[in-house]
Design a protein around this ligand. Structure first.
Ligand SMILES: [Fe+2]
Ligand SMILES: [Fe+2]
Length: 240
């Protein structure tokens, strides 16, 4: 909570999966969110296949958003190999696309990185065996290092970490156990727990649970649009 400072109302949602053909628009929802919150956080999988066309559709919808928008890309935004183009289109629409950086809005630092997979706790994938396995683990470790560097840059007293992949297993409960290792990594939570944050949001697990905690006790929220939130909306409202 704030130290006598104004509470920031953060709307958070992930996994919009905007497609070229589905005709449904986020325009109305973004308008509603702008009235309810001070900042909109988008937790990745903004497009369905990472097509620039899909990003352009979302960019058009974002015009209905009159509050600052900050977020990260998800694995789906990488599918076509055009993630840089997707990020550029969204940045041009005013969204602060974070990929190992932080940004301060009204006294709250937002730190964003996509994250990666690898599993949880003692069962997470270790740096062992074939080069391909080590490369996989390296990808996770690189993301955590980039997250750590971004967190070190935060000067604000309050902060929110924005990820696409889950840092804990609590918020992916109800997903099949077989795919847990592909939904996130404990290495993300280990990094975050070296700092004090107000909230961690992620998406990616469409069938998870809204609320969880890191091993250090910090609150984690799965804000994928499909997850049931306390307010009954596709987005969550967090008071930071
Ligand atoms: Fe997704
Ligand atoms: Fe995803």
């Amino acid at each position: 909570m704030s130290d006598g400072e104004k509470i920031l109302k953060v709307a958070a949602m992930g996994d919009l999966h905007v497609r070229e053909d589905n005709g449904s628009s986020y325009r109305e929802l973004f308008g509603e969110i702008s009235k309810e919150a001070d900042v909109l956080v988008l937790a990745g999988d903004l497009t369905d296949l990472g097509k620039p066309k899909e990003a352009e559709i979302l960019a058009q919808d974002l015009k209905a958003c009159s509050i600052p928008v900050v977020g990260v890309l998800g694995n789906h935004d990488y599918e076509c190999g055009a993630h840089e183009e997707v990020a550029r289109i969204l940045r041009e629409a005013g969204m602060k696309v974070l990929d190992g950086q932080s940004v301060e809005i009204d006294g709250v630092g937002f730190v964003g990185v996509k994250g990666f997979a690898g599993g949880f706790g003692r069962r997470m994938l270790g740096f062992f065996g074939e080069p391909a396995m080590k490369q996989f683990v390296n990808e996770t470790m690189n993301e955590t290092l980039r997250l750590e560097n971004a967190m070190r840059q935060v000067r604000a007293k309050r902060s929110v970490v924005v990820l696409h992949y889950a840092p804990v297993p609590d918020t992916i409960e109800s997903e099949p156990l077989e795919i847990y290792p592909f939904l996130g990594s404990s290495r993300l939570a280990e990094t975050i727990d070296r700092f004090k944050v107000n909230a961690i949001v992620h998406g990616h697990a469409h069938r998870g649970r809204f609320e969880g905690r890191t091993p250090g006790g910090q609150p984690v929220y799965n804000v994928a649009k499909h997850i049931e939130k306390p307010n009954g909306k596709p987005y969550a409202i967090l008071e930071i």
